[in-house]
Each structure stands twice: as structure tokens, then as C-alpha cells.
Design a protein around this ligand. Sequence first.
Ligand SMILES: Cc1cc2nc3c(=O)[nH]c(=O)nc-3n(C[C@H](O)[C@H](O)[C@H](O)COP(=O)(O)O)c2cc1C
Length: 339
Amino acid sequence: MLIGDVKIDPPLVLGPMAGMNSVPFRLLCRRAGAGLVCSEMVSATAIHYGSVKTEGLLETCPEERPLSIQVFGAEPAIVAAAAQHVEAAGADIVDLNMGCPVRKVLKAGAGSMLMKDPDLAVAIAAATVKAVRVPVTAKIRIGWSRQDASYVELSRRLVDVGVAAIALHARTAGQGYRGAADWGTIARLVEAVPVPVIGNGDVFTAEDAVRMMGETGCAAVMIARGALGNPFIFAQAADALAGRPPRAIPARWRLAAALWHVQASVLHHGEYLGVRRMRAMSCWYSRGLPGAAAFRRDACRAETLSDLAGCILALARNLPHNAAVEAPVSAPLEDTPFA
Ligand SMILES: Cc1cc2nc3c(=O)[nH]c(=O)nc-3n(C[C@H](O)[C@H](O)[C@H](O)COP(=O)(O)O)c2cc1C
């Protein structure tokens, strides 16, 4: 699958996740088999004001490429300038966030607020496409509400100004994460636009990925929550898409990934932030394993790398030797405020 001239192989995409998708997690997902990884969303305004914290979000490394960096904002000139900045930072694709329903983003007139103001959304996309050489994509939802399901009309207009692919999270902004994602809307969008459509919403297993592609005809499948604590979902989905039985993931591999992730996170973010970012993530790695409840209790209090690594090693000690425990399916995160 191609987005502009960027090859996405296999057609499996790590969805953008604020607070999760820094370099270590993106690398893990890429190594496991994601064809494209997305950054966390980055504020165009923060880039404009030279925020040091935001610069940190733009760190990247060659091994994770191709990389899509997602930008959110509400002013065409500022978003376009931010797109140039992230292109220079190493983005192979610039993604425009037009689906996020988080209050902070809505207050700025950005994210899914743009689905209420399609003229502004199109102006932002047009300015961004003109500003960068790399392909520009947009990530949208079905609409602000069911009554106002503007995804087809908006996507057509975005494509007219040069947007190279659309990722559709098949829920409305008002829905948050309630109800099942409506994959029928992905199928309708595939029919309606001449660019690749990336289907998104409720893919938690390799079989889900195959089913989404089959039912909707989407060019690629985007997985977000299903990869938390389980980057191997990309290896399994790649197997299933190639017609092979998805490989079994022994629990020890999953804990090895968790240990690597914690260490890389500490090296990347420093010990204070790195450990805090990894508390919840490491709990997802522990799902379904013997001793997970005790692990969660201890991991949530971990202060240092050695605390958290110790928790993971204790969990590993609990496993019967050579246990081929399958990676359990990640349950949806209830009430998550994100797009
Ligand atoms: C913790 C978290 C953070 C997220 N951050 C973003 C974000 O920065 N930008 C965005 O477009 N979507 C964001 N999302 C939404 C996901 O990219 C995705 O659209 C959504 O979770 C549905 O896909 P899934 O069912 O595979 O999780 C986030 C989701 C979660 C769970």
C-alpha cells in the first residue's frame, strides 16, 4: 500500500496515542511488524512558540521509519508551519488530527471541532499540503454526531486539496468510545474517495484486522488500544493477512518486550517520567498472566527503573518454564478521553 510515494508494508498502522507513542513503543511496534507508526499528537501552536516539551515529542530514529507525525491546530498558517517543522524533524508523512474530542483540543478549535467547520478543515489541509513535500493525511471521525455524519463530504473535499489518505475512526466525536465502531462507514468511505482509506476502531486481534479489511475494503488497518502491552499484535495480524495462522506469542517474549520498553522509556524520557509513563503500559503487558493482580499493585507504585524492572522479573519468575502463554486480547480502555 502506498501513501503518496511512502510504502506501507504490511498495511498495518500503529494509531497515534498521546502519552504512549514515543520512540520506544513505536520501535517495538515497527519491529513486531507495523508497516507505519504514528507519533502522539503534537500541538502546532506549541511548535510555533518553540515549546521544549513539544520538541521532545518530535524525537525520532531511522529504524522506526516510515513515521507519521500528527499535528493538531486550528489556524492554517500555524499548522502549515508546524508541518514544515515536523517534516524537517524526520516525518515521512504529516497527519492532521481532525478527530480528537478531548476538551483541551476542542477548546483550541482543533481536533473533531474541525468536523463542525469543514471550510476551516479544508483550509488547514490545503495550506499544509502546499507547505510540505511529504504526503499529508487526515484522521477523522464519522462526524460531530450521527445527524451530522460529514465524513464522506469532508473527505472528498480534503482529497480535492491534496490529502493523500484518510484514516477513519468509525465513531462520532460525541460517542467517545461508546458503542461498537461502525465499520460500515469505512466501507462507504472506501467507495467514495480515490485515495487509500485506513480503517480504525475496535481491532483487538489478528482476526479482527483480517475481518476489517474483508468487510470494508480498506487499504490498511490502524490499531491503537490493541497494541498497548501487545505490540506483537502486528506480527500476528501480518501473519493472518498473509494467510498464515497467527504465531503464538510466549509470555516470556511479552515480558522481554515489557522490560525493553521500560528501559528504553527511562533512557528516552529520564527515570522520573520514563517510569511514570510505563506504570500503566507495563500493566497492559501483564494482562492475563499469573500474578498480574499483584504486579499491577506494585507496578503502579514503582518509582525507579529498578522497582519496575523488579516487578517484571518477579512476574517472569511466576511463569512455568517455557510457558507458551498466548498474548491475551487487550480489552478496550473504558472512558478513555482520546480521539
Ligand atoms: C491513550 C490514547 C491516546 C490517543 N491519542 C490520540 C492522538 O493523539 N491522536 C489521535 O488522532 N487519536 C488518538 N487516540 C485515538 C486512537 O488513535 C484511535 O483512533 C482509537 O483508539 C480507536 O482505535 P482502537 O479501537 O484501535 O483503539 C488515542 C487513543 C488512546 C487510547
